[in-house]
Write a protein that binds this ligand. Sequence first.
Ligand code: CA
Ligand code: CA
Length: 299
Amino acid sequence: MKEFFTDKVINTFKPEMEEAYRIESGERIIVHTRDCYSGALTKPTDSYENMDRSGFNTATGPFYVEGAMPGDVLKVQIIDLEVANQGVAVVVPNEGTVGYRVEKKKFNLIPVRNGMVEYGDFTFPADPMIGIIGVATKDEVIPTNIPGDHGANMDTKDIKKGSTVYLPVFQKGGMLALGDVHGKMGDGESSCSGLEIPGKATLQIDVIKNGDLKMPLVETENEFMVIATASTIEDANAKGTEEMVRLFQKISHMPWEDLYMMMGMVMDLRISQVVNPMMTIRTVVPRNLLNGRMLFGNR
Ligand code: CA
Ligand code: CA
């Protein structure tokens, strides 16, 4: 299995990206990722004040996937996801849900031992997830910290070991890149960081021809979820709901109104994150609703 380290990283997703690596469809690879501060906060003596922001939110790659063309979908199975034995969390004035209460920047270095996060008086299980995973955009230049229809900083805690992420391909080769792994993150990422930590992901990557997705979709053991990003939660919810109904229209002959009506009964709205420059939600349906069929066909 080919293994890729953190020497080649990007800070922006855009239409024309220079490939760092080339891989085959069907290949299984190991990808290492920097923590979201590129290792600038790893010792108690490190300073948050003079950090070089160019190392923020990097993503390893991009990977040109042979055969991926605009209109296809990249299927990324997360076979395994390991994290380092120490991460960092921060608070920053005026960032996060109640950042107005934060007077100065603070960071805590946090050990992860035997799968447990040791945080002061509290210990809780680590639950590693990938914060940033995305592909080249259709026509915009977008910093890696801003999520969108191309993926990127979705900060969705279901993007973890055992899940499959489907990303729409907008450019030849797809140009997959990932980073910003968290050892643990809660829905919302309310205080503006999770447990920011270096990661090591084992991924199986396949191209699905003519996949027809408008935005990322995640498949977990029991659920399908559309990941929708917009400038407000309301707009993201509308976008995610529209996409979910559209996907059901492809597997059912029921009228749009009837499928939309069903969403009121079966679909959950969950918040992914509310602290990045755009808001991200997921609209979620149980897999057992589909009687073994796939929501997202052609595979
Ligand atoms: Ca993030
Ligand atoms: Ca992060």
